[in-house]
Design a protein around this ligand. Structure first.
Ligand code: SF4
Ligand code: SF4
Length: 397
């Protein structure tokens, strides 16, 4: 790849990405937030408001340890990392150590003034390589209802980045409330300097496990499919990479190459090799890259057979980990099973197993061959002004 500031991560090799959790403190109110009900109360965001921030010294130590472990890409996340007063120092240290550094944010505070300019200008001057925004709606009212933030603020930051030629990414959590808007979100991304969209299907993880409230957020794959396929076509035509996280491979059969599940994450170039959600653990624990066993699948996600019939009559043939994901009986004949996450138990209980059918696709170890051949997904942005979309177009041939 001879586009300046773009690396092609060898598909199928372990990621060299890392994460720094600056702490869970957050002023936002994302309807789907995985840290909802954090303090055990009935107030969805109370725990996020009172959560703490990790000290700048700890964060800098983690960054140095990560670089020492040979990792090359750093995501800084929270909570909301842009409220951390030490963020510019963290970005500068990561850049000094040669890490490509990306900040994951709702983008609400980047225009705040500082003595030397806005926070965005400060971070860019410190060497920030990339930004990953949340883009769950195209309409300002729907945006506010979904996360409590201002769409105008995010778009103003994007405008400013577009003027500079700085490309960036977006996370879009796919929910019942926005599934019909996916093509419009894709068009908005394609018209701006977005180089990657991560479509994250809402799963009832963490505090959502066992919560009936999660049901209102989780749309069926069948209901999502036409809108997502239309969105994918828009992004593909504009050479914007689309990643789909945490769905069974047959959820959207025509989009299987876009899927990255728990099995694929350790090989995805910007995904995290170290532990996340560890703001209360010592730096060495947080920075340690987790080993990938020879099988390519971590023990907590290993497949084991399971002959069982659920209360609704769904017959199972297997599970990943300790019922982290389940496999309905039809999966037994599926050539893709070694590379498939399986189905979320909460999803299965709500929507049943009738949507899932074997996919006649090739696998290579725990990965889908079609994913490995989707080269644009393995491009890594290592310079702020790298032209990722041109690189994706070149990769696509
Ligand atoms: S910005 Fe992140 S931590 Fe904050 S409410 Fe939204 S999803 Fe939760
Ligand atoms: S293993 Fe099951 S859920 Fe996964 S792709 Fe095959 S049929 Fe679908």
């Amino acid at each position: 790849m001879d586009i300046p500031g773009v690396l092609l991560h060898p598909p199928g090799t372990p990621s060299r990405g890392a994460v720094l959790d600056i702490g869970l403190k957050c002023p936002h109110s994302c309807a789907f937030c995985y840290y909802s009900y954090l303090d055990g109360s009935e107030s969805q965001f109370a725990g996020l408001r009172t959560a703490s921030l990790r000290s700048t010294e700890d964060c800098l130590e983690i960054i140095r340890l990560l670089a020492g472990h040979g990792l090359q890409h750093l995501d800084i996340t929270g909570g909301e990392p842009t409220i951390h007063p030490g963020l510019p120092e963290m970005v500068a240290e990561a850049a000094r150590l040669g890490l490509a550094v990306r900040c994951i944010t709702l983008g609400q505070f980047l225009r705040r003034p500082r003595p030397e300019g806005t926070l965005l200008e400060t971070l860019l001057a410190a060497g920030l390589t990339n930004l990953l925004f949340s883009l769950h709606a195209v309409d300002p009212v729907a945006f506010k209802e979904t996360c409590g933030g201002s769409m105008e603020s995010v778009l103003a930051v994007m405008d400013s980045l577009d003027e500079r030629g700085f490309q960036y990414g977006c996370n879009t959590v796919i929910m019942e409330r926005n599934r019909r808007d996916l093509p419009a979100i894709a068009r908005m991304a394609a018209a701006r300097g977005v180089h990657v969209v991560n479509g994250i299907a809402f799963n009832a993880y963490h505090a959502w496990r066992g919560q009936t409230r999660a049901e209102a957020l989780q749309a069926s794959y069948t209901a999502i499919r036409p809108h997502l396929e239309e969105a994918a076509a828009v992004l593909d035509a504009a050479h914007v990479v689309l990643n789909l996280r945490y769905v069974p491979l047959c959820a959207f059969p025509s989009l299987a190459r876009h899927v990255v599940g728990v099995l694929g994450v350790p090989y995805d170039p910007v995904e995290w090799r170290n532990r996340c959600l560890n703001h209360d653990m010592p730096p060495a624990h947080c920075a340690e890259p987790l080993p990938i066993p020879a099988s390519g699948v971590r023990e907590i996600f290993a497949f084991s057979p399971l002959e069982e019939t659920l209360p609704d009559g769904t017959r199972l043939c297997g599970m990943r980990g300790d019922r982290f994901k389940l496999f309905p009986v039809q999966c037994k004949e599926c050539p893709c099973l070694p590379a498939c996450d399986g189905v979320d138990p909460v999803y299965l209980a709500r929507h049943g197993a009738s949507e899932f059918a074997p996919l006649a696709l090739e696998t290579r170890g725990p990965l889908l061959a079609a994913r490995l051949d989707y080269r644009p997904a393995f491009l890594l942005k290592t310079h702020p002004l790298a032209d990722m979309r041109t690189a994706a177009a070149m990769c696509s041939g």
